[in-house]
Design a protein around this ligand. Structure first.
Ligand SMILES: NC(=O)c1ccc[n+]([C@@H]2O[C@H](COP(=O)([O-])OP(=O)(O)OC[C@H]3O[C@@H](n4cnc5c(N)ncnc54)[C@H](O)[C@@H]3O)[C@@H](O)[C@H]2O)c1
Length: 234
């Protein structure tokens, strides 16, 4: 089976009703990054940060996978499909994708807020949408914090993602502005023989290596557009 790797960003879930970060109606228009998504914010006001992620979780739980998530999951019949996502939602898994790497964490999980939490490998499932600082603790006694990689923190899953793309036959990038490093660097790690696509309504504004074909469409339109071609490849 050929190896097909999907690399998704916030635009992947936009048609499921989950806001992107940098579009004009995106999340960062409503919140300052420093107030909610940094280790310093957690130190300063953990209640505010917890509330922000409780809202995100509630919204994500009420959202459904869109046609693009579903198409990617269906491709497992024909390809060895791996998904690498920057999203903290679990819509790829709920669509049926079985091999998903979360570069920036998974909001359905929590972890310790103690020292070195960014490298923690012990995760706690979150029941429902609410985490409470005064009720939810990890084994070492620290309050649980969301399993999210905050700005300024290490990205421990990046090495797995690098390994994953290095022998890809087909690479499809969907709905990411490629502004967040180190993960945006993944597009330079694919092998020379790999067929590479970039699906994004703003694809024509993106500087990409010549190996990439740009598809100026939304995630659902772009995956539908590629489907016929993909069916001839396996
Ligand atoms: N769903 C989520 O879990 C979620 C939501 C928002 C942000 N984030 C986080 O935000 C960070 C920001 O990076 P990013 O590049 O993923 O997001 P971004 O907001 O920087 O970029 C979003 C991209 O999606 C494109 N887009 C908008 N609508 C689209 C659609 N319908 N179909 C396809 N593409 C569409 C935009 O043109 C843009 O290029 C990531 O680290 C991610 O963890 C996650």
């Amino acid at each position: 089976m050929k190896k097909l790797v999907v690399f998704s960003g916030a635009g992947m879930s936009a048609e499921s009703g989950i806001n992107t970060f940098r579009d004009s109606d995106g999340l960062w228009e409503q919140y300052r990054i420093e107030d909610v998504a940094t280790p310093e914010a957690w130190k300063r006001d953990p209640e505010l940060v917890q509330r922000f992620y409780n809202q995100r979780r509630k919204h994500i739980l009420s959202a459904k996978p869109n046609a693009a998530h579903l198409l990617i999951a269906e491709l497992e019949e024909f390809f060895d499909v791996h998904v690498i996502t920057q999203n903290i939602d679990d819509l790829h898994e709920r669509a049926g994708s079985s091999q998903v790497i979360h570069l920036h964490g998974n909001i359905r999980l929590a972890k310790s807020s103690g020292p070195n939490a960014e490298y923690s490998t012990e995760f706690y499932p979150v029941e429902g949408s609410e985490q409470d600082l005064s009720k939810h603790f990890c084994k070492d006694g620290y309050p649980l914090r969301p399993h999210v990689v905050w700005f300024g923190e290490a990205v421990p899953a990046y090495a797995d993602a690098q390994d994953c793309v290095q022998d890809a036959d087909i690479f499809i990038v969907i709905g990411t502005s490629l502004q967040v490093y180190p993960v945006a660097g993944l597009i330079h790690e694919i092998p020379a023989h790999c067929s590479a696509y970039y699906i994004d309504p703003k694809a024509d504004q993106q500087q990409l290596p010549p190996q990439f074909q740009k598809i100026v469409m939304t995630a659902t339109q772009g995956m539908q557009h590629l489907k016929e071609w993909l069916e001839q490849q396996h």
